[in-house]
Design a protein around this ligand. Structure first.
Ligand SMILES: [Fe+2]
Ligand SMILES: [Fe+2]
Length: 472
């Protein structure tokens, strides 16, 4: 269904056909805009940004490019098309028609899942609020703004579900999504990683690589949900999400490339003195963002995850492409967990291991970008390899939270871990150095900060020299 842009809230859900809902969302809209102005990208109200906006939810309409002032971005409600024959693919309700309304007994579970997902979307906008001031180029500036407006739209996607299907509770939750703020000591965001700072562009690229990818895996498993409106929302969000991970992968890749160029040209490891980021620092940032993002998947063995699956509300990654009984009542799954102070591998009921299984899918996906980054390093003739940290490293949640484990998976005493910490995680000095590279935004078209290489190609086939943002 084409998106109706004649409405105050663009949508492809026939909002005009439900006056009550339309009015409720039109009441929420100015509060969202107030939030955007207060907590969104700082000082950008008047910028013309070369953004993509969806004009329909099908393949040829979702990426339409043009200059937009961000507060005028057409945030709206876009669901992927409905398959009238869709069935629930897993759990106790497998084979039944997908739910078009919320089953009463699943109400609070679904609401909690939607709120938790929804909370991450504005949180990341808040985390990235100051980045525009130190953008390494107009190209990168445009990319962070694109990510920001789309996270704003993802908030809309979840708020629509809350308003449309959860009555008064849903409306209250929608308000609360604008009241919690990233890092706020009194009203923090729900999940830990979304209360961390994103103070510099290396952090931003690592965040979009690792933490937005957690988003991809959460959305993909919610896209399998038996609750069809949630599934269709997530399917469309996943299309937008891909760009965020592209920004992360190419951003880290361009930093690695620039570092390698300088190492080769000057025959030195000391690229800090040349104003670039050394590979060990990149590795430490990687270790931090990867481990923090791994926590987002929850406990290794989880009865919640088992219940979500059995009830049909949250599936596995690409559930319908897996070939098993989609009930998992008799299946087992091997997980790494902690027992008596060690890491042990053991078979557990597959239902209780669903978080860990999703984390495993996620880690395999994470590894792909590292292959490409390492190829750049290898091609420069440099003997260094970026590695994913062991899944037990630096964890706050789950079975490994009480263990002290090095990035290569060695269990050790707290004292030894503390002694190694500064070589594994960004130190205050690393952060100060990276911050020192973040000069005033580079705003001349085609120019890039010294510590990052230009992209291979621009956005929407535009050249890297394109004027992606116009300041007025
Ligand atoms: Fe998102
Ligand atoms: Fe994202």
């Amino acid at each position: 269904m084409a998106i109706d842009y004649t409405q105050r809230i663009p949508n492809n859900v026939d909002l005009a056909g439900d006056r009550r809902l339309q009015r409720a969302l039109e009441n929420w809209q100015p509060r969202f805009l107030d939030w955007w102005k207060e907590m969104g990208p700082d000082g950008t109200t008047n910028f013309d940004v070369y953004l993509r906006t969806a004009i329909s939810a099908d393949a040829n309409g979702w990426a339409n490019f043009g200059y937009v002032k961000m507060p005028d971005y057409r945030w709206g409600i876009f669901l992927a098309g409905r398959d009238p024959n869709r069935q629930i693919a897993f759990g106790d309700n497998k084979g039944k028609p997908a739910w078009q309304e919320v089953p009463g007994e699943l109400r609070s579970t679904l609401r909690r899942l939607i709120v938790t997902q929804g909370d991450t979307e504005p949180a990341s906008v808040e985390q990235q609020r100051q980045l525009g001031k130190t953008a390494p180029s107009l190209y990168d500036l445009r990319n962070v703004f694109q990510v920001n407006v789309e996270e704003g739209r993802h908030l809309w996607a979840m708020v629509y579900l809350l308003h449309a299907y959860f009555g008064r509770d849903g409306r209250e939750e929608a308000e609360a999504l604008l009241e919690r703020h990233s890092g706020d000591p009194d009203k923090p965001r729900i999940l830990g990683a979304f209360n961390e700072k994103t103070p510099d562009w290396l952090s931003f690229f690592m965040f979009t690589y690792f933490t937005d990818r957690d988003g991809k895996y959460q959305l993909a498993s919610l896209a399998e949900s038996g609750f069809d409106p949630l599934s269709r929302s997530c399917r469309f969000m996943l299309i937008e999400e891909a760009h965020h991970m592209f920004v992360g992968e190419s951003g880290v890749g361009r930093i690695v490339q620039r570092t390698c160029e300088l190492m080769k040209e000057h025959k030195t490891d000391d690229v800090r003195s040349l104003g670039a980021i050394d590979l060990p620092t990149i590795q430490r940032y990687l270790n931090f963002h990867c481990s923090v993002s791994l926590d987002l998947f929850g406990q290794e063995a989880s009865t919640n995850a088992a219940n979500y699956y059995t009830m049909g509300v949250k599936g596995r990654y690409l559930e319908t492409r897996l070939s098993d009984d989609h009930l998992l009542t008799n299946a087992t799954y091997d997980i790494d967990t902690a027992e008596a102070g060690r890491i042990v591998r053991k078979a557990v009921p597959a239902l209780s291991a669903l978080n860990e299984r999703l984390r495993q899918d996620y880690l395999e996906d994470c590894a792909k970008g590292l292959l490409r980054w390492n190829k750049t390093i290898e091609q420069a003739g440099i003997d260094f390899e970026l590695k994913l940290p062991h899944r037990a490293f630096n964890r706050r949640i789950g079975a490994f939270a009480d263990l002290h484990v090095s990035p290569d998976g060695k269990v050790m005493s707290e004292a030894d871990w503390k002694a190694g910490e500064g070589t594994w995680l960004p130190t205050a000095e690393d952060r100060a150095f990276v911050t020192s590279l973040m000069g005033p935004a580079v705003i001349e078209p085609g120019k890039f900060a010294n510590w990052i290489a230009p992209p291979q190609r621009g956005i929407n086939n535009q050249p890297a020299t394109f004027e992606y943002v116009r300041f007025n």
